[in-house]
Design a binder for this molecule. Structure first.
Ligand code: FES
Length: 573
């Protein structure tokens, strides 16, 4: 773009009239001098900081570093808060609010005098929600992830967010460790700023935005407290000003090639199953054709070359010291489209040329990977006519082909009430089925798909069984867990019709999930089926229930798909 061409923000700040006076005068109450309104790029810093989102609690400091970079490059930074989605404290589930947060981001960007945007992200949903919103506007955008926590340390060994929580919890329920041990582990697990440091959903999302080309190279893995995280923020502030001058918009970066690269990279790093749902939603906003099948077609044959929990035994800090995502891109270069453009204005290939790997125990070679064929598998069958997903690398290999008797829980309350019932007829060969935890069923599609096993089986040493649900699973979790069953039970998918004692066949190599009940019997059961009562008849939850789409479509609202551009009417005041 011609540097002298008037920027969008000048529609607010550039006029010598009543409106121009108003916009400048009130903004000057923060002490900004006249020259900041002279036509330089105005950069919005979209901050998901919140005390209620512990993973993002350091983002005010990161915002200051971005501002330094923006000022240095000749821009004018203006920071603004948006709805922050904290995975740990929000109920019933942050996923219920991802689309709401994306609307907040979209409307705030469009309504204000901004020329470019920096998205400060961290905890799981803060990345997809902000990027979805920014894509629906289309101004030049760069993402600055907040970075992972330092490795957890417990009695001389590394422990990982979530992944070790599930293990500690199973051991405590089984009586293997004491209450004191269990409580001590709490403080050892989360010991610095940053998001979960396993390859959970937050790390997966950070890697996703880097793989898509929406961050500076290496942004995903730098630990939150490392000074190089602040340096990255500073440099991102520099770069967004240049991006505005170049008019480098997300649509030029988020092409089909970028999405394909991200899918392949996600498989190779052992990323979260939540990646599917968020990438589909982002693709829907930017207008790239992407289906659930692409994740299997492009990703399932990829090798696992990153050894991070929950698929491996290392953590994000190790990943950073090993070379981070640039080293992964280099290793996968024959599989990727290296010509995909990134926010640097260069291609992903140019950004990563010669990126070294310093630790082959953390980042393996393609020739000698940690596992072969590890991407997410997309299953079909009469139990999931529109698809379901499973992460084979986090599953028990012996269970990937299994026929078993169903033990059914009608909803999450039924699960809590009966999973530990001593009279529950269950053994490790059974398949546990949980209904009504999908987008509409819960509502919000919570991360309960990896629900805990019956205490009696845990005490006998069983640590994994096949579990099937229309919900999601924490990216830090593991197990033979079939997720995202679509259509979900609450809208009448066949999942709603499963009964105790039915036989189910799971055949991951052949991508099949089959309920062994005749069509005639299913038709009879459907006649007796009643949809659940709506959870809310007013407010945001009603809007959510009316408009959320199924998991195979990214669970975005039907009316949010697409892009409305950056134009906004000047209004009449
Ligand atoms: Fe925030 Fe895991 S709880 S990233």
């Amino acid at each position: 773009m011609d540097k002298n061409k008037s920027l969008r923000s000048q529609e607010w700040f550039g006029k010598i009239d009543t409106l121009g006076f108003t916009h400048r005068s009130w903004t000057k109450n923060q002490g900004y001098p006249d020259h900041l309104f002279d036509g330089r790029p105005v950069i919005g810093i979209c901050n998901t900081w919140s005390d209620l989102t512990p993973c993002n609690s350091h983002l005010r400091i990161i915002a200051e570093m971005v501002k330094r970079g923006v000022y240095e490059a000749g821009g004018f930074p203006l920071e603004f808060p948006v709805m922050s989605l904290g995975e740990i404290l929000m109920r019933p589930t942050t996923m219920l609010f991802r689309n709401l947060a994306s609307m907040d981001v979209e409307e705030t960007i469009r309504a204000n005098p901004l020329d470019g945007v920096v998205l400060l992200t961290g905890c799981d949903k803060t990345t997809p929600s902000t990027l979805m919103g920014a894509c629906s506007v289309g101004l030049p955008t760069i993402v600055v992830p907040g970075g992972p926590m330092l490795n957890g340390k417990y009695r001389g060994r590394d422990i990982g967010s979530g992944t070790d929580l599930w293990k500690f919890s199973a051991d405590y329920r089984a009586g293997v460790i004491s209450k004191e041990d269990y409580q001590e582990a709490e403080s050892c697990m989360s010991r610095s700023d940053g998001h979960c440091m396993t390859m959970g959903t937050a790390s997966t999302m950070a890697c996703m935005v880097e793989a898509l080309g929406m961050t500076l190279p290496g942004a995903a893995a730098i630990p939150a407290p490392d000074s190089r995280r602040r340096r990255l923020a500073h440099l991102s502030g520099n770069r967004i000003v240049e991006m505005v001058h170049e008019n480098l918009q997300p649509a030029a970066i988020l092409t089909r090639s970028a999405f394909e690269n991200a899918i392949k990279i996600n498989s190779a790093i052992g990323g979260s199953t939540n990646f599917v749902i968020h990438l589909l939603a982002i693709a829907g906003r930017i207008g790239v054709e992407l289906t659930i099948d692409d994740f299997d077609i492009l990703g399932s044959a990829m090798p696992l070359i990153v050894n991070l929990m929950p698929s491996g035994d290392k953590l994000m800090e190790d990943f950073y010291y090993a070379g981070g995502l640039p080293a992964v891109v280099q290793e996968l270069k024959s599989e990727l489209d290296l010509d995909a453009l990134t926010v640097t204005g260069k291609t992903i290939g140019e950004n990563t040329t010669g990126a070294p790997c310093y630790d082959r125990e953390t980042i393996a070679t393609v020739k000698k990977p940690f596992q072969q064929n590890v991407g997410l598998a997309v299953l079909y069958g009469n139990l999931c006519e529109n698809g379901a997903v499973i992460k084979p690398s986090a599953a028990t290999a012996a269970l990937l082909q299994h026929r078993g008797r169903a033990v059914v829980f009608e909803d999450i309350d039924d699960l809590h009430a009966h999973i530990d019932d001593p009279d529950l007829e269950v053994d490790e060969s059974n398949i546990l089925v949980l209904k009504n935890v999908g987008p509409k069923g819960y509502p919000g599609m919570p991360e309960v798909g990896n629900f805990e096993l019956p205490k009696r089986l845990l005490e006998s040493g069983i640590r994994d069984m096949i579990r099937i649900s229309d919900g999601r699973m924490s990216g830090t979790a593991f197990g033979t867990v079939v997720l995202h069953v679509a259509p979900e039970a609450a809208v009448g998918g066949n999942l709603a019709l499963v009964k105790n004692g039915d036989y189910i066949e799971l055949d991951v190599p052949n991508r099949r999930l089959h309920l062994d009940v005749s069509d005639a019997e299913l038709t009879q059961r459907r006649k007796a089926w009643q949809p659940p009562e709506p959870h809310m008849k007013r407010g945001y939850v009603k809007m959510y229930l009316d408009h959320v789409q199924q998991a195979n479509l990214g669970a975005d609202f039907d009316f949010l798909t697409g892009n409305s551009g950056a134009f906004v009417s000047p209004g009449n005041h």
